[in-house]
Design a protein. Structure first.
Length: 59
């Protein structure tokens, strides 16, 4: 959950607004944000995906 929490803070710092938090107790799920112009976007965390310096790695 550390990655999604850090990215959520970064998004809010850039002007986004959290609209829906669907992160479950296991730390997986998604969050819906809107950018300053009102366009929606999501941050997602799935148990079979890892972020690396080279991008996504599916297990």
């Amino acid at each position: 959950m550390d990655e999604i929490a850090a990215e959520g803070r970064r998004a809010v710092g850039l002007g986004a607004e959290l609209r829906q938090d669907a992160i479950g107790p296991d730390g997986y799920g998604w969050q819906v944000y809107t950018d300053p112009a009102g366009h929606p976007f999501c941050l997602c965390r799935h148990r079979e995906v890892s972020w690396t310096d080279d991008g996504l790695v599916w297990s």
